[in-house]
Ligand binder design. Structure first.
Ligand code: URP
Ligand code: ZN
Ligand code: ZN
Length: 459
């Protein structure tokens, strides 16, 4: 038995048509104006709805051990929330501790992913550089199906790299023909500012943001882009938040450099007044880079509109206020960095992007699915509606509404950074590998059914 989606407006990153999609054995087998099926196929009526390729989120951290604790959502919990929001696959980051063997870390991440309910892949983080690092990276690429690397320019003293390590990682990636995803913040400058505030008795969450002002990100973005040019590496700057960073990427692309940028809904929709909330509530918004002052959001939207930025991810990395964020009640430096968003990404971008007239629905599909699939070697298996592609599909109700709240979200943490946001545009049915996993609020996920997506660098 398959699934037949009838009468939807099928929307891809490029074009659209009114018609039907037939899915069998996990893949799309037919697309046409009028498909009959064999009478045994389960029929989904998509009249008045759009049908999109399932969302692909290239930036998540499931069950991440970080800053003395572990992010609340594992592959099952986070994947379930993802499905309910229309995201059907994601890429997590393997992050070895400084000095640890990345191949052992990779094995640990595979173990963690055993209960996955969606397909997933991994970026491999370079958190230190040693004699065997180049060989390890080559093994990731040639034997382990991983075609992207991650470097953190922040988090010095933990998982962050110095400039020598950064240059070596970029050089190795250029040699292997793989992309480097980059957390761009000037690590040393952050530490200087953090210590200055803390020593002056300024310990509240808002000093997290004040110790990472936008030039900290702008400088690092510019530096890594220049170093990428020098080494021949292709970089993808994750979670871009500010005007300075967008400018640096625009200039690099104008120079003819192949470089990409991602932002996330929180940087498009929130501003730094969130850090003024009383009773330590600002801690819920502690993430790196931080939420920016008013004035930085419009350059990000403009970047999405003009094509300087290519992807909207989430950086999904939830922590509870109680028991996790409160480890930093007396010291903002100890608040675990991160927040949840995987259930909300598509609706937020639809409501504030498409409905607000900032982007059209093709760009919406590109930003949430297709472009990431192309950049990270998953296309056309993911990110496309084509015969032979995985049947990861979202039937989208453009008139459906939801009020985002920690009381109702499927994220595992006790706060929502989008608490009270009302969005119009929600999934009504979500297919994961040809199976109906979500329909009108009801979920039917299969822990362990999610597959590791082996990637290959094209010849
Ligand atoms: O605050 C954040 N972003 N936490 C997750 C780790 C990272 O830097 O992406
Ligand atoms: Zn980061
Ligand atoms: Zn991240």
């Amino acid at each position: 038995m398959g699934v037949l989606i009838k009468n939807g407006t099928i929307v891809t990153a490029l074009d659209e048509m009114r018609g039907d999609i037939l899915c069998r054995d996990g893949t799309i087998v037919d697309i046409g104006r009028e498909i009959s099926g064999n009478g045994e196929d389960e029929v989904v009526d998509a009249s008045g709805h759009c049908v999109f390729p399932g969302g692909l989120d290239p930036h998540v951290h499931m069950a991440l051990p970080f800053m003395g604790t572990v992010s609340t959502d594992d592959f099952e919990k986070g994947g379930t929330a993802a499905i309910a929001g229309g995201t059907t696959s994601f890429i997590d980051f393997v992050i070895p501790n400084r000095g640890d063997d990345p191949m052992e870390a990779l094995a640990a991440w595979h173990e963690k992913a055993k209960n996955a309910v969606t397909d997933y892949s991994f970026h491999m983080s370079v958190t230190w550089w040693g004699e065997k690092s180049e060989e390890w990276l080559a093994r990731c690429v040639r034997e382990k199906g991983i075609t992207s690397i991650k470097v953190f320019m922040a988090y010095r003293g933990a998982i962050g790299v110095d400039d020598t390590e950064l240059v070596r990682a970029l050089t190795a990636a250029a040699k292997l023909g793989v992309i480097v995803t980059v957390h761009a913040e000037h690590g040393e400058m952050v530490v200087e500012l953090q210590n200055k505030f803390f020593e002056a008795g300024r310990v509240e969450p808002k000093y997290h943001a004040l110790s990472r002002p936008s030039p900290v990100e702008g400088e690092a973005t510019n530096r890594v882009l220049m170093l990428a040019e020098l080494t021949g590496a292709t970089v993808y700057i994750v979670h871009m938040t500010c005007a300075e960073a967008v400018k640096a990427l625009a200039e690099a692309r104008e120079r003819g450099q192949l470089a990409y940028g991602e932002t996330c809904p929180q940087y498009l929709l929130l501003d730094d007044r969130v850090y003024e909330k009383p009773d330590f509530e600002g801690a819920a918004y502690v993430m790196s880079p931080p939420i920016r002052p008013l004035g930085h959001q419009e350059p990000l939207w403009a970047g999405l509109q003009s094509g300087i930025l290519q992807v909207v991810g989430t950086d999904h990395c939830p922590f509870n206020q109680n028991g996790q964020k409160d480890m930093g009640r007396d010291d903002f430096r100890k608040i675990p960095n991160g927040a949840a968003g995987i259930q909300d990404r598509l609706s937020l971008l639809w409501h504030h992007g498409v409905r607000a007239g900032r982007i059209d629905r093709h760009r919406f599909v590109d930003l949430t699915s297709t472009r990431a699939a192309k950049i990270f070697h998953l296309y056309p298996r993911k990110g496309s509606i084509s015969v032979g592609a995985d049947a990861d599909l979202v039937v989208w109700d453009p008139e459906g509404t939801r009020t985002i709240s920690a009381k109702t979200h499927l994220h595992g943490n006790d706060r929502s950074i989008f608490e009270g946001f009302e969005v119009k545009g929600i999934p009504s049915t979500v297919l994961v590998n040809g199976r109906i996993a979500y329909r009108d609020g009801d979920l039917e996920v299969e822990p362990g059914s999610g597959r590791f997506l082996e990637r290959r660098v094209p010849e």
